[in-house]
Write a protein that binds this ligand. Structure first.
Ligand SMILES: [Zn+2]
Length: 678
């Protein structure tokens, strides 16, 4: 069968030949590409010549090219333009892919070659990027037990198996508890305060279930509006307590023992691999490097944010007191925050939208990218795309050289998952003197234009597109030799720096003047409006900071110390929360038993990185504020030391080279307006 996925992509810049690809092509292509990649790997492992960096490490990094291209096309489509058939294929090929990567990780012959190079690296005279690649390849084996004796290898596999069962069970319990709850309201007056849209959704849900009135659940789209708007305090309390006691009740879905088992097994696994704790194991491949650094970072930020948080809490409490609330409780937080915010700012999101016509915003982003990074975007129609709504651009450098292909897919449709993300169809690398440029894509779900109205973005959507474009720049400006170190292939707590950094331009008059013009009158956005956006974005920021820090500290406490003596989940958690607590304790609630981020998904010892990334982006933007937000020299330094460098060196080294110093929380404290409150 002729399979376009297995031919050399005969397109300009070898872009993906979407129009020729049919669903039936994927499985045979995956099969064949895995076979090819396996042959390549075996050739490296069985090479009779002594291992060299080139014949082993470099060869490994450039192996499996066809498989990578097919995977990126397929999985990107599975997110942006999927259907039942594609989802079925994903289920079928995912085990093939994990088997393939397991086979590599467990290939002893291959590891022997990698290890001999790693042990002998002093004599190899490697460049920094090569050293990083060697280290990365070596760790990909050892972090999975390659250095263990056979007995310990068996132990490790057993722990891994047990851990994956426990995580699965943890998630199932949370889901079961979430699904088991529903609140049925038949008296409409109890829903006073709730916006029409949320009410309508609750009514539809009731109808779906063949019930009367309105039904609310513990799913976010139902739960959040209820907690934010419903006036009835008793109902809010009921819903909040049900939410907070998921998997913490006396029934078969209780996760307490599972939490203890997970943290103990993770600790055992880390010890077996030679790490002090699970957090030490995870953070080895993070910018933060150690739990000690995370703790000192968190405590520093806590000390700086706490006075402001306490003041805000007092302000919120006295605001609620006017309503007769003597003691502000957790279930009052969202409700009175929303009310107070409205009273203080009265920011009408709808009034902002006419200033943010999608086309204007995109033009603005391109102008900013041009001013800062000399990139030029030209829309082209000769590039194959997976949907007619996708826009394609050829990106060039200031001297007219080809830089990259940029795909932009803005509107929701059936078959696209929610949210917004950046991805790529081809990474960048340098081989045989050729710098092969990347194909980068952003996918969003913005309000569609109608026959009479263009697509007008909310301010939140504006920051979202800047965010994703920041990731895209990280991809476009990549300039590394090895594909696995290129672009956004950086440590997880460093990857949000370019994206969050770019969001800062949305709040600057100098930047907004370039594009935020009323779509009918062409008038620039009034400065009072911009100031209002800024002020309201900092609203109750101290309390928010404490909340985020509390989750990060809980995560680090579970994973950054020996957990063997922990007996009681709730007591442990209460103790950890003591320093960040603002609201009265709720005895029947527990956070850990439904903390899916760290016990179900792969983000354990990683929750701190939300705030970490904010500290980084505020600190980096401060440099632009000091030198001018369109200062070429500062932007060049960013490109040279960060954006073009991918994961070729440790993030802190790259960052310091750009900034001239280590990041600290001062800029964030200032930007968030927490300083004045102290
Ligand atoms: Zn992001």
């Amino acid at each position: 069968m002729h399979n376009p996925l297995l031919q050399k992509f005969n397109t300009q810049y070898t872009t993906a030949p979407f129009s020729k690809i049919k669903n039936k092509h994927f499985k045979p292509a995956f099969k064949k590409a895995i076979e090819q990649a396996t042959v390549e790997i075996d050739k490296i492992a069985e090479n009779k010549d002594d291992p060299t960096f080139e014949n082993t490490i470099e060869a490994l990094d450039f192996s499996g090219y066809t498989l990578d291209r097919i995977s990126s096309i397929f999985f990107n489509l599975n997110s942006a333009e999927t259907n039942d058939e594609i989802q079925k294929i994903a289920q079928d090929v995912s085990p093939w892919l994990s088997e393939f990567s397991n086979d590599i990780r467990l290939n002893q012959q291959l590891f022997k070659r990698v290890k001999s190079l790693y042990d002998d690296q002093k004599s190899l005279d490697l460049a920094i990027e090569q050293k990083t690649l060697l280290d990365k390849k070596y760790k990909s084996f050892t972090r999975n037990g390659a250095n263990l004796n056979d007995n310990d290898k068996v132990k490790l596999r057993e722990i891994d198996k047990e851990l994956s069962t426990l995580s699965l069970k943890f998630g199932e319990n949370v889901l079961a508890e979430t699904n088991a709850f529903e609140l049925q309201i038949t008296n409409e007056s109890q829903l006073k305060g709730l916006p029409e849209g949320a009410k309508e959704a609750a009514h539809l849900l009731a109808m779906e279930k063949g019930k009367k009135g309105w039904i609310f659940t513990l799913d976010y789209p139902s739960y959040i509006p209820f907690m934010t708007y419903v006036e009835d305090r008793v109902l809010r309390e009921k819903l909040a307590k049900s939410f907070g006691s998921r998997a913490f009740q006396n029934n078969k879905n209780n996760n307490q023992q599972i939490v203890l088992n997970i943290v103990k097994l993770r600790h055992k696994r880390a010890n077996l691999l030679g790490y002090k704790t699970h957090a030490h194991f995870v953070l080895e491949e993070r910018m933060a490097e150690t739990p000690e650094n995370v703790l000192s970072f968190s405590n520093d930020l806590l000390a700086k944010a706490k006075p402001a948080a306490k003041k805000e809490f007092k302000q919120l409490s006295s605001f609620a007191l006017k309503d007769g609330i003597e003691k502000l409780q957790k279930w009052d937080g969202a409700y009175y925050s929303e009310k107070l915010k409205k009273e203080l700012f009265d920011l009408d999101q709808e009034a902002l939208k006419p200033y943010f016509k999608l086309e204007n915003v995109i033009d603005g982003i391109f102008i900013i990218a041009n001013k800062l990074f000399d990139l030029q975007f030209t829309e082209v129609d000769n590039i194959d795309k997976y949907h007619k709504e996708v826009k394609t651009y050829e990106v060039t450098n200031s001297n007219g050289d080809f830089n990259s292909i940029f795909y932009a897919d803005f509107f929701p449709r059936k078959g696209k998952r929610n949210g917004a993300w950046m991805t790529s169809y081809k990474s960048q690398w340098i081989k045989n003197g050729e710098n092969s440029r990347p194909h980068v894509s952003i996918v969003c779900n913005f309000t569609k234009p109608t026959e009479t109205k263009p697509s007008l973005l909310t301010f939140n959507e504006v920051t979202t597109v800047f965010h994703e474009f920041g990731h895209a720049l990280h991809g476009m400006l990549a300039n590394t030799t090895y594909p696995s170190l290129s672009g956004t292939s950086v440590y997880w707590d460093f990857v949000e720096l370019p994206s969050q950094l770019l969001e800062n331009w949305c709040y600057e008059k100098e930047a907004l003047d370039l594009f935020a013009k009323h779509f009918e009158s062409n008038e620039s956005i009034p400065m009072e409006m911009v100031q209002k956006i800024k002020d309201s974005s900092n609203f109750l920021e101290g309390m928010q900071t404490l909340r985020q820090l509390s989750f990060g500290l809980l995560d680090m406490s579970w994973h950054g110390q020996n957990p063997l003596s922990i007996k009681n989940v709730k007591d442990f958690e209460t103790n950890v929360f003591e320093e960040t607590r603002l609201y009265p304790k709720v005895a029947e609630n527990c956070m850990s038993t439904s903390f899916s981020h760290i016990f179900q998904g792969g983000y354990s010892s990683g929750y701190y990185s939300y705030k970490w990334a904010e500290v980084l982006d505020a600190d980096a933007f401060e440099y632009f504020k000091e030198t001018g937000i369109f200062n070429k020299e500062t932007a060049n330094k960013l490109t040279k030391n960060v954006l073009s460098q991918g994961g070729t060196e440790k993030p802190m080294v790259l960052y310091k080279r750009f900034r001239g110093k280590e990041p600290n929380a001062d800029a964030l404290i200032k930007r968030a307006g927490l300083k004045n409150k102290n």
